[in-house]
Design a protein around this ligand. Structure first.
Ligand code: HEM
Ligand code: HEM
Length: 124
């Protein structure tokens, strides 16, 4: 799979979801899930789009296995975190139930970010 394309396409998917979410918040006047909306757009659209353009524009950055590992860590971590945050903040799942899972998902995103750091230090 092309990592750059994967990040850019997934970023665009999160953008559409984030805008729909934001429009619903604006229309309903219920801003209680604003952090979920913000991070769909930031962790989803903004970060994935930056990664996607980075892997395309910086020569050699997308080579090897580490970018693929970064891609999947970020996809799984971001999706899990955003879904978990939505379920918790909307009161569908108790924070005591879902809370212990968050550090694992955050760890996946963080590890992906460290791989990105290693890549840009080497190649940028
Ligand atoms: C048509 C598109 C969008 C609509 C209708 C929308 C709507 C909203 C609304 C209603 C709020 C709550 C404001 C408040 O409670 O004070 C909000 C907050 C926010 N939005 Fe959006 N938004 C849109 C796109 C975006 C995009 C593209 C981004 C980032 C790339 C973004 C980032 C944020 C952030 C960071 C917050 C603050 C969240 C917080 O206070 O916890 N939004 N947005
Ligand atoms: C694993 C990754 C991340 C975690 C665990 C995380 C966690 C948090 C938490 C706990 C808050 C406070 C929410 C509140 O006060 O209700 C917050 C706020 C915020 N985060 Fe993140 N964040 C992450 C990634 C990001 C990224 C990648 C961006 C930007 C590209 C970002 C931008 C923001 C902004 C702008 C706010 C402030 C929103 C506001 O209060 O208006 N975050 N984040």
């Amino acid at each position: 799979m092309n990592i750059s394309r994967g990040f850019i396409v997934m970023g665009a998917v999160y953008l559409v979801v984030g805008i729909v979410f934001g429009s619903y918040m604006g229309g309903s006047g219920d801003h209680s899930l604003a952090p979920v909306h913000a991070h769909i757009n930031l962790l989803g659209f903004t970060l994935m789009t930056v990664f996607g353009f980075g892997y395309r524009m910086i020569p050699g950055l997308g080579d090897g296995t580490l970018p693929k590992v970064h891609f999947w860590l970020h996809q799984i971590g971001a999706f899990g975190l955003l879904l978990g945050l939505f379920l918790m903040m909307s009161g569908r799942v108790a924070d005591t139930t879902i809370g212990p899972i968050f550090p694992v998902l955050e760890g996946a995103i963080l590890l992906g970010a460290v791989l990105w750091l290693v890549g840009v230090v080497r190649r940028a």
